[in-house]
Design a protein around this ligand. Sequence first.
Ligand code: PLP
Length: 398
Amino acid sequence: MVAEKVKIILEDGKAISQMFSDAQAMIAEFGAENVYNFSIGNPSAEPPEAVKQAMIDELNCQNPTYLHGYTGGLGYADVRQAVADHENETFGTKFSANNVVMTVGAAGGLNLVFQLLMNPGDEVITFTPYFSEYKCYATNVDAALVLSETDENFQPKLDVFESLLTEKTRIVLINSPNNPTGAVYSEDMLKKIAAIMEKKQKEFGTVMYMVSDEPYRYIAYDNVDVPYITKICKNAIVANSFSKSLSLPGERIGFLIIPSEIEGYQEIYEAANVINRTLGFVNAPALIQRGVARCLNAEIDVEGYKKNRDALYAGLIEAGYECVKPQGAFYMFVKTPIADDWEFYKKAQKYHLVLGPGVAFGGPGYVRISYCVDYDMIVKALPQFKQLMDDIRAEQKK
Ligand code: PLP
């Protein structure tokens, strides 16, 4: 019999598992080419050629005992230095290897941060709609996830946010570019969030950390600025990964930036070394640590995602859907023409469209469309979206 905690996680993850099994069942029935599966966030851009070459070079030039050995909980020192140098060159920061922890993706990094900072009963606050696994990460450490609403453009409502901060708030979790909306928070917005945190920490006599979950940092369009939070907030930690920026989600590689300026830096950084081990990760996978360090400047085809976004957005608007044009990531969060997004999700399947019900992301009345797919699939799916809308409107008129 599973533990109560597991039951909570399974209950919350129900919608996501349903989406996966529905997609699989439809593919088995109609064939993959006849199903428009927009339900998952697996990158469609190919990893850069440089990644393959880097792995081959590593395999050829390293002593295998070293290459495949334990790397220490924080990761290889030269890899951490390479990541710090890359951040410094790109963002004008001043990090060293001792501000970097190599992690098992951004997810591994976030779980590590939660373990490091949260006591049972503490609160982590994030903005809705949100990446639903945050709730599981909070449950893992017996903390509570508090949800703060956003406006019609998926930007934080600051008065709501301020009213939700309490003595128990330990982490403010930012995700920009956002999954599932594609929204990006401006520097001004982040400064306002940081100022509210500052005010409330003084009022309560507590310490809060801003944690930025940013696996989509490099997938941003139209020259939108994705601000670097350690320059905005003193107590800021960055969780990043190569899952989307180099299309390597299965390799499970990412990193944390823990700046020396944050409250309790020394203790936190030293603890990270131990806690990464005790989470079962032991260390981030060794070969891919070294591989990514060789191609930190490599890029995937972001223009391909932009082409998908533009075609999908134009087609949906023309068909009568309401949505905010995403500024980053590869998701669009679209208002459902009927209030119940589960009902819409089921109706869409009759048109061979597999979408992500908004309720699974704390955004009822919407669906998430992952447009990290082949462009041709979007072109073929748009008439289906239009037919679906036309049929719903006709039904509504009856
Ligand atoms: N955070 C967000 C918002 C995500 O969308 C994802 C994956 O889709 C993750 C974290 C986990 O990323 P990673 O593969 O780097 O662990």
